[in-house]
Structure formats: structure tokens, C-alpha cells
Ligand binder design. Sequence first.
Ligand SMILES: *Cc1c(COP(=O)(O)O)cnc(C)c1O
Length: 374
Amino acid sequence: MSSAAKLLTVTRPSLPPFDDMVGLLREIWDSGILTNGGPFHERLEAALGEYLGVQHVSLFSNGTIGLITALQALEVEGEVITTPFSFVATAHALLWKRLTPRFVDIDPRTMNLDPERIRAAITPSTAAIMPVHCYGRPCDVDAIESIAREYGLKVIYDAAHAFGVRLSDDNLFAHGDLSVLSFHATKVFNTFEGGAIISPDAAMKRRVDQLKNFGFVDDVTVVAAGINGKMNEFSSALGLLQLRDIDAMIARRGEIDAYYRDRLNGVPGIELTGAGNAARPNHSYFPILVGPEFPLTRDELYQRLRANGVFARRYFYPLISTFGMYNELPSAAQSNLPEATRIASQVICLPIYPMLEEHEIDRVIAVITEASLS
Ligand SMILES: *Cc1c(COP(=O)(O)O)cnc(C)c1O
């Protein structure tokens, strides 16, 4: 074996702290405060603010309601520029608000919205940009900011993948008008279901907090057609538990990422995509591209992996723009989205999560390397 055999040195995390969870559940139940901004909700907002280096966090029941609420809070109306290369919730949030998505192609190196193409897509009806930090790899936030300023557009970052991602010179979540996180079970940090909006100031956080609680400002006053987006106490408590070990979890993901890179580097036809420009990436996904030189198509490799018990995901395929509720938009045309179309046809995200064991990672690698020799 090569020296890479020793790559995995961080201790694999132990089982989740079930005893702690049961204790928390009892504590919450006994307190009689199950939701509506209780003590765990308050503590998690404070703890996340500290961890993420931001002042104004509003917890949500999930990221999708967070996206919809963000659009409501900013009173966006008209057309919104967004990426087709994302989870479908990104564009669905626009449709729920009766906004018109305008799909713009991605930069194939970052897999994020291409700023020059954003600029070219702006029309008099454009109201906002909703970019995604896809796979947790930061968007070109400076370029997007200057375009938004030039044209007077709002920017809502779908930061569902970006928990814990840090830039070298400033805070990723300080960019745009609002950032929306997801704490769904499949994400780097989870509360089973959950999410958050990060606001730039106290006034915006107040607005967001009102909207997630039906528009109430006190027990008799309702100021807006709000929604129910509140995070409950048990999810909040789970978040506090997860936060204890989050750096070790991200470090372990980083090791798995490095291990894959080491072993898959040079496999003909497999392109290891760039790691992005974050000072501290979160390794939330491990996307590879299956090129035309690989003996199997992407879908054949995907099926081969499945047949060997490896449940990789074709994130993000199909493109959002191909679904029936979007595909008649002029911007959904394949000719408008050549890079996203190609990458969606080549991408596979390999399993990456802290509990993954070394022999399991080796099996993933073996299936791919053996397929490359067929
Ligand atoms: C997971 C995800 C969402 C939705 O978040 P939920 O918490 O599942 O509602 C939105 N956008 C992207 C890019 C996601 O990956």
C-alpha cells in the first residue's frame, strides 16, 4: 500500500449521543415549552451566531421555508436570476412566491452561477439574484455584489450547502441581502429538519422573525401575512448537541476528501473537481465527473456502484430547468445552459460523511478503478 493508507488519522466519530438526546427530550417535555422560541431555540441562535461569526441568525423549520420567507422579507417581485444546477427547492421557492426564475449557466470550474452570464441576463424586470454556493464552494461573491449594486438587485444566497465554510478575508454569510442555510438530515450540520436565515442587521432579523411566526409582533398584533417557519425545541437542542463536535466532523470529511483525491487521481476519464476557494471548506459533497474517455457512461457507473452497495447520488441531475414546471421558460433552453447540461450528465457525488469507514471508502474506490480497466 502507498503511504496514503495512513491518510485517515482523525478518529471516526462515535455513535450519536443517544443518551444525551433522551435526556434533552425529557427536559423539554418536562419544561412544557415544546416550541415557539423557547430556551433551546434561543441558545442555538446564539451558539450558531458565534460559530458562524454572524450576529443575526433566525432559526427555521427547514431551508425551503427559509428561502420563501427571505423572498417575502425582501419583497421581491418580478424575475429572479438563478442556477439550474441545484436542488429543486431553490427554484421552487421562486414559484411559491409567483416569481419568474431566469436560469443562467454556471462556470464549469466552480459549478456556481457565472457572473458574466448573470450580467448578460439582466432585463428591466430583474429584481433579484438567487445564487447557490453549490457543494459549499463559495460563489464569486465580490463580482455578484458589484453587479447587484450596479443594477439595484437584491441577492439571496441559497447557502444550504455552505455550513461552516470560511473565506480567508471575510465572512461568506456577510454577502448578499440574506443567506439561507439548511439543516436537513443530509447536510453537514443537521437538526433532522431545520434551517436558518442570516440577516445583516437587527431590523431585518426582526422582520424575518415576525414572518416565520405568522406575522405576530406581540400576542394581539399581526403586521404581515407570515407563515409558520419556527424551529421546535427538540430540533434546537439537537443542533446544540451537533455543534459540540462539528469541527471534528468537518475535519473527518476533509480526510475522506483527501483520501478519495489521492486514490482516484489519474484514473483515466475521471475528473476530480476543484475544491473551491474557501479557506476552510466543509467537504459537504465529493462530486466527480465521468468523462467520455471513461469506459462506462456516468449512468452505467452509477448503476455499477449501486450493484456494489454504494449509493452515490447524481447531484444535480436532472437540471431544475428540465422539470415540467420550468422547461417552457425561454431561459430553460439547453442552448442557454450548455455547461450545466454537460456537468449534469457527467456528475456523480461519492459518499462522504463522518461515519464512513475506511474499508467502505476503499470499496467505492475499487469499483471505480476496476470499471476504468473494463
Ligand atoms: C437541501 C437544500 C435546500 C432545501 O433545504 P430543506 O432544509 O431540505 O428544505 C435548498 N437548496 C439547496 C441547494 C439544498 O441542497
